[in-house]
Design a protein. Structure first.
Length: 92
């Protein structure tokens, strides 16, 4: 097979929520791994949207209320949401 007929491209599909901190960490790790990889000319990254919790209204929900609904009342209280977690917002 000649190089003109071979497909030397590797496609990586990333399904991520833009507000998810774990998705952000994963993206940074992928970028770092690709920087250390010699064959990045043949890598194509396709980002696909994914909404972790489509039920959150665009206007937002108080963090404690959101955590209570999602994790149960006892779990949310034990988390003691940090001060920065005033509101959890959905997409518009």
């Amino acid at each position: 097979m000649t190089s003109s007929t071979r497909n030397d491209t590797m496609t990586i599909e990333v399904h991520a929520d833009s507000v998810c901190p774990w998705c952000y960490i994963g993206r940074r790790r992928l970028e770092r791994a690709l920087r250390n990889f010699r064959g990045t000319d043949g890598v194509r990254i396709v980002y696909r949207p994914f909404q972790l919790d489509p039920g959150i209204p665009a206007t937002g929900t108080p963090a404690r209320q959101h955590l209570s609904r999602k994790l149960g009342c006892r779990s949310a209280r034990s988390l003691n949401a940090p001060r920065g977690w005033r509101r959890v917002r959905g997409s518009k």
